[in-house]
Design a protein around this ligand. Structure first.
Ligand code: ATP
Length: 238
């Protein structure tokens, strides 16, 4: 028998009310890799991330989620985020208004165990260091995305879950965030990256899982997807 993967999802099904969205998916994520979770609009990517993070919606009716030998499927969102070690960066970023950049980060470090230090976070995102006294909501979109990622890393997490981090950002800012995600990976972090910008995501990722109407239609290397014109056209429209 082989060792279980770092993160394993087994036969997960998820609903929003009566709507059956995630229709029994299995996938693994290996420690230290970047997995791109791709698929068309409405394929179920965000729903999958929310299900992993154990948020109240969607309702996960079946399946198991194991992270580093811990049964996440038995945890509520708060426990999954703390003890479980999931760091979800939602699409809307959720920067807290009235708090400076530094206060946003310190708030994430209020309860131990603490993840990356402020010093290390500012080294990763020098722009955040320069703006540490600025109200978080007055940052540009790209800077807010950086703050949302930094805030996740400020906690002691095992997996970073990114929901469309490149959305609405200029290509040069995407370059900058891509570079930092590469650095974060080099320091051992495991990442699941949901992105509409599939080409950019595949260039960064080690592996890819492609969803189509809540089912997995591809699980393999990112390079394989980039090289498969039919797969790209059929499921990613690229
Ligand atoms: P996108 O890139 O458009 O966000 P996605 O792959 O992330 O696509 P999901 O957001 O997971 O897709 O949505 C999957 C399906 O679930 C869609 O049909 C969507 O309309 C539906 N859905 C999402 N959120 C809810 C909700 N809160 N209540 C009911 N249905 C929902």
């Amino acid at each position: 028998e082989t060792a279980p993967a770092f993160l394993s999802v087994w036969d997960m099904h998820a609903y929003y009310g009566e709507s059956y969205i995630v229709q029994g998916i299995d996938f693994n994520v290996h420690e230290g890799e970047i997995l791109a979770l791709l698929g068309r609009n409405g394929a179920g990517k965000t729903t999958t991330l929310r299900a992993l993070a154990r948020l109240d919606d969607p309702q996960v009716t079946h399946g198991e989620i194991w992270l580093d030998h811990q049964p996440l499927h038995q945890m509520k969102a708060h426990e999954a985020a703390t003890k479980g070690g999931l760091g979800l960066v939602p699409e809307d970023r959720r920067i807290i208004s009235g708090l400076t950049v530094e206060e946003n980060l310190k708030l994430a470090q209020i309860a131990p165990p603490v993840g990356w230090s402020l010093e290390r976070l500012y080294e990763l995102f020098p722009r955040l260091g320069e703006r540490r006294k600025q109200d978080g909501v007055t940052l540009s979109g790209g800077e807010q995305q950086m703050l949302a990622i930094a805030r996740a890393l400020a906690r002691d997490i095992k997996v970073l879950l990114l929901d469309e981090p490149y959305e609405g950002l200029a290509p040069v800012i995407v370059d900058e965030i891509e570079k930092t995600l590469h650095t974060v990976k080099a320091q051992g972090m495991t990442t699941i990256l949901v992105e509409q910008n599939a080409v950019r995501a595949l260039q960064l990722a080690d592996r890819a899982v492609i969803l189509d109407t809540g089912a997995i239609v591809f699980d393999g290397s990112a390079a394989e997807v980039l090289g498969d014109e039919q797969l790209r056209a059929e499921y990613l429209a690229i």
